[in-house]
Unconditional design. Structure first.
Length: 115
């Protein structure tokens, strides 16, 4: 199901390349990358919650990588004259907050367990 959705999005963006140039794919990619940040953070929390701490660092690293991708695509959209006029997706929180919030939650969980 997720693969079908990705294929459809990819094909639509591919067609739009011929109509709008590179703006549409950059815009679409930026939106997708923005969502991916949160999805990797959520995956890291699920990994922690089910005892797979060995996976959390990798998943948080992927969230950080997606944060960099979102930054790149946002910057590309903003250099395009039409892109500057488009409403952009929400700006993600600073990159450092990915691990900070995860660590804060872990501390809170430990405090609950110790209490
Ligand atoms: Fe990415």
């Amino acid at each position: 199901m997720q693969f079908d959705r990705a294929c459809i999005i990819g094909r639509v963006l591919g067609v739009l390349c011929h109509v709008m140039g590179w703006l549409a794919p950059m815009y679409g990619a930026g939106r997708l990358e923005s969502r991916n940040i949160g999805e990797y953070e959520t995956a890291a929390r699920h990994a922690r919650d089910c005892g797979r701490d060995d996976l959390t660092d990798c998943l948080l690293t992927m969230a950080e990588v997606e944060w960099e991708h979102e930054k790149y695509f946002r910057s590309r959209v903003l250099v395009h004259p039409l892109g500057r006029r488009l409403p952009l997706w929400s700006m993600p929180a600073p990159k450092e907050t990915i691990r900070e919030s995860f660590a804060r939650e872990a501390e809170g969980t430990l405090e609950l367990v110790e209490a």
